[in-house]
Design a protein around this ligand. Structure first.
Ligand SMILES: Nc1ncnc2c1ncn2[C@@H]1O[C@H](COP(=O)(O)OP(=O)(O)O)[C@@H](O)[C@H]1O
Ligand SMILES: [Mg+2]
Length: 389
């Protein structure tokens, strides 16, 4: 806790998102927005200020679809904000349970893929980060156990969603939209990068630039369904798409009874081959299943092989590969947040006359490429085997 005198001199910079929340009087605030509009940062800031200086004895839950994503995003922002305010103390942070004690309040970070936590303790305040990744069932469970105030944030990439149908229609909801233009803390380069979307991909621009609801027009994969976990009964293979500035994606793929089950394992940029090998070990990626890799990088394929994985070059035929993936039922685990985000944005190129081309927009495709390499190469070529030495 800060002394009163310090409190008076503390200047925390906020954005319009913070002001909207401060003025909100209803039980639920829905913060829809484009990319980097300041949603997550200012929602966290709002609750941190409330709990550090104004209230005590409260429980505040922050929830997202999967635990690994929480650690890399919203929890990281939370710690960064506390640090910048001189409020972070390591001994208040229980890293096993992902809880933090702030001025006699308990703050917990939970993921929707842990049902026992969703059905766990009651709380006063709730923030669901990237709420469109959650199922309606998780939403209902969380709302049911929250007594005071609920905030949701998301990019509206879906054309249809329970948020639009079941949340925005309630009379105890306040709705706000923000865009990158509402966030004065972005660098000029980042702003330019976001504005380039307008020409590169108009649909993406609508959602991530303007914060407006997306449409499913020209989406490539529309047949997929979410699933809690891989069935663990079929044949397991892996697909890998290499990146560096862009993310490297490792996807586990199970083929069972004619259907594809996909699970995002790694999705991270700036990984060297030794870094990638470390991440694969951490994620318990197995050595024996066949691993189909981006054939543009034979050196990396060989390096991973020397680390002991069963790597093979993949067949990268784009259209044939997409056709193959589209020809089978496709289930994606709910923890695969990046893959799900990609698949909701993976579109055919449309020319200036509105005519669809036989070519996907080359973006938001890293985990989907990994998936395609695995499925198409595995199902279209003679089976390869690997023998342990
Ligand atoms: N009040 C603020 N003070 C300082 N930096 C901020 C503030 N609001 C936003 N930012 C910066 O802008 C970035 C993007 O904001 P963020 O909340 O993550 O956007 P969104 O969740 O809408 O995508 C943050 O990572 C942070 O660096
Ligand atoms: Mg955010």
């Amino acid at each position: 806790m800060l002394h009163k005198s310090q409190r008076l001199t503390m200047r925390v910079k906020t954005t319009i998102v913070y002001e909207q929340l401060s003025r909100a009087r209803k039980r639920i605030a829905v913060m829809q927005g484009g990319t980097r509009s300041g949603k997550t940062w200012n929602i966290l800031l709002f609750f941190i200020i409330k709990l550090a200086y104004q209230e005590t004895g409260k429980v505040f839950t922050v929830c997202r679809a999967s635990l690994p994503t929480i650690k890399g995003t919203v929890l990281r922002d939370f710690i960064e904000i506390l640090l910048s305010m001189g409020l972070y103390s390591e001994d208040r942070h229980n890293k096993t349970d992902q809880t933090y004690e702030l001025n006699g309040n308990l703050i917990e970070f939970i993921s929707a893929d842990q049902p026992q936590k969703i059905r766990g303790r009651k709380r006063d305040y709730l923030f669901i980060n990237e709420a469109n990744e959650l199922t309606k069932e998780s939403w209902m469970q969380l709302l049911f156990r929250t007594s005071k105030f609920v905030v949701l944030d998301y990019n509206p990439s879906d054309e249809f969603h329970w948020i639009y149908d079941d949340v925005l229609t309630r009379d105890d909801v306040e709705f706000f939209i923000s865009t990158y233009r509402d966030n004065p803390f972005l660098s000029e380069e980042l702003v330019k990068e976001i504005e380039r979307l307008e020409l590169a991909d108009p649909e993406y621009w609508k959602v991530y630039g303007l914060g407006e609801r997306g449409s499913s027009a020209n989406l490539i994969y529309t047949h997929w369904k979410p699933i809690e976990a891989l069935p663990g009964r079929g044949e397991l293979i892996y697909g890998v798409d290499f990146g560096f500035v862009k993310p490297t994606a490792v996807v586990g793929v199970e083929i069972w009874e004619g259907a594809i089950y996909a699970d995002e394992i790694i999705y991270q940029d700036r990984l060297t081959t030794p870094n990638l090998a470390d991440e694969m070990l951490l994620a318990s990626v197995r050595r024996s299943p066949i691993m189909y890799c981006d054939s543009a990088e034979p050196k990396t394929i060989e390096e991973l092989r020397q680390y002991g994985w069963n790597t093979w070059e993949s067949d990268k035929s784009v259209l044939e590969g997409i056709k193959r993936v589209k020809s089978m039922p496709l289930y994606i685990t709910t923890r695969s947040t990046n893959m799900v985000k990609e698949i909701k944005n993976y579109r055919w190129v449309v020319d200036k006359n509105g005519v669809r081309q036989d070519e996907p927009v080359k973006n938001y495709d890293h985990s989907l490429d990994a998936l395609r390499y695995a499925i198409f190469t595995h199902l279209s070529s003679p089976q390869r085997t690997w023998t342990a030495m």
